[in-house]
Design a binder for this molecule. Sequence first.
Ligand SMILES: [Zn+2]
Length: 87
Amino acid sequence: MNRYIIESAHPIEKCDQAINDLFAAGYLHHFEWGCKDNDHTGWAIVEAESLEEARQIVPWYLRDKARIVRLVKFDLATDEHNKQAGS
Ligand SMILES: [Zn+2]
């Protein structure tokens, strides 16, 4: 499993729909939202097999604009930060 951060913006009129759809999909508890600060974006860190699988979590009408990035942790003691991605 890889970990991905999802950054998914929505128009203000889609707040309720985005939240309801993520609830229905079982992912609402992963998300935190900027809506109350007038930034209509949700962020979540999820586990998925692939970037495409992570993208499927985003409601289809927001999927094109979602930004999804695979996350890794670095451990200085093992020099992992010097390795290329995917190696
Ligand atoms: Zn919102």
